[in-house]
Design a protein around this ligand. Structure first.
Ligand code: NAD
Ligand code: 13P
Length: 350
């Protein structure tokens, strides 16, 4: 019987690809309703038409994923409450800075038996330290929330090129198995592990390292330097994660969500690309300006995450233990030049 109804909250570059993956499976497996609702933050296109209307007419997200058909069973909905009201599987995939507002709007409006999964890379800063987006969802909506992260540049998966991803779950293994079934395709291989924080911290923190990798590219420092930055970055990711979340497992960093996502994002991601341009401009244009010029509405997460990491480290006086993360923050806020990225000396985290 069709027991599960899926809604995707978000419809950017990755959100649209997630809807496409899911829609190919809901029609394949009898336990899911065919229709996949996708909440779209409504906007007017230059043609004067509304984005949702164009998606529903052409089956294509012409702004965030042009040229790719999403599946006829994807229905774009500009009304957030309406989009989630019947769903018992909620997929969250928006830039992380919008999630607090979205959760506030959704509180009390979702089904009591809903399960969530977050594809969102980012964190919130709390007095006690970093707080992950899956936790925000669980706290504000009162639902269990898994995560899915991996070496997943959206445009490549849209072209059905093979990749892997990691689902992180906490206690509910049967929900995790259902998420794996919903996302897995012959070209998208998903594995579930019991380490929700570890998976989410990997996806979140690698965006800071990707900014550093972009500076190195923009300064044309070469492959060895970039590899060094990635290695130091991976060590800081592990140390930061374990400092605040002692249950995080070392093995998680060797899954797709860990080292593989770090590599692909440092080679081909948006954070890398914009940081490269920032360094080439000698820091004369701000990240906000470059994001608007280069990404056409898509959003960076790495600069904000560097700020969030900086805040939680500053509160404890721990910045010196994370020289790479700290340098990315100082450079992206204009306090140091891009060349400072290689002036870091590696100190051993406590
Ligand atoms: P995106 O950056 O392509 O698009 C931005 C989205 O934000 C658009 O849908 C836009 O409508 C929406 N938006 C703008 N203003 C808003 C507001 N005020 N309130 C709510 N929504 C608003 O989005 P994306 O690539 O789908 O990224 C979502 C998450 O997925 C991020 O955390 C990102 O790190 C992660 N992710 C992205 C990729 C990728 O390759 N694109 C891969 C893996 C993970
Ligand atoms: P960017 O946001 O830097 O493009 O990274 C995408 C990503 O998270 C790949 O998994």
């Amino acid at each position: 019987a069709k027991m599960y109804k899926v809604t995707v909250v978000g419809s950017g570059n990755w959100g649209s690809v997630a809807a496409k993956l899911i829609a190919s499976n809901t029609v394949k497996f009898g336990s899911f309703h065919d229709e996949v609702r996708m909440w779209v933050f409504e906007e007017k296109l230059p043609s004067g038409e509304k984005l949702t209307e164009v998606i529903n007419k052409t089956n294509e997200n012409v702004k965030y994923l042009p040229g790719v058909k999403l599946g006829k069973n994807v229905v774009a909905d500009p009304d957030l409450e309406n989009a989630v009201k019947d769903a018992n599987m909620l997929v969250f995939v928006t830039p992380h800075q919008f999630m607090d507002g979205i959760c506030k709007r959704l509180a009390g409006k979702i089904r009591a038996d809903a399960e969530g999964i977050s594809l969102i890379k980012g964190m919130e800063v709390k007095k006690e330290g970093p707080s992950m987006i899956s936790n925000l969802i669980t706290k504000q909506l009162g639902i269990n929330c898994s995560v899915l992260m991996g070496a997943n540049i959206a445009n490549e998966i849209a072209m059905e090129k093979f990749s892997e991803a990691t689902v992180g779950y906490n206690q509910n293994k049967s929900a995790a198995d259902r998420w794996v079934q919903l996302f897995c395709t012959p070209y998208f291989n998903v594995t579930a592990i019991q380490d929700v924080e570890g998976v989410e911290l990997c996806g979140t923190l690698k965006n800071v390292v990707a900014i550093a990798a972009g500076f190195v590219d923009g300064l044309e420092m070469g492959n060895n330097t970039k590899a060094a930055i990635m290695r130091i970055g991976l060590k800081e990711m592990m140390a930061f994660s374990k400092m605040w979340f002692p249950s995080v497992k070392d093995s998680t960093f060797f899954e797709s969500c860990g080292v593989a996502d770090l590599i692909t994002t440092c080679m081909g991601g948006r954070n890398r690309k914009v940081a490269d341009a920032y360094a080439r401009n000698g820091g004369k244009k701000s990240f906000d300006e470059l994001e608007a010029e280069m990404l056409h509405g898509q959003k960076l997460q790495g600069v904000l995450t560097a700020q969030e990491v900086h805040e939680v480290l500053r509160d404890r006086g721990w910045q010196h233990m994370f020289p790479l993360f700290s340098a990315v923050h100082a450079i992206s806020t204009g306090r140091l030049p891009p060349s400072a990225i290689v002036k870091i000396s590696e100190e051993k985290p406590r």
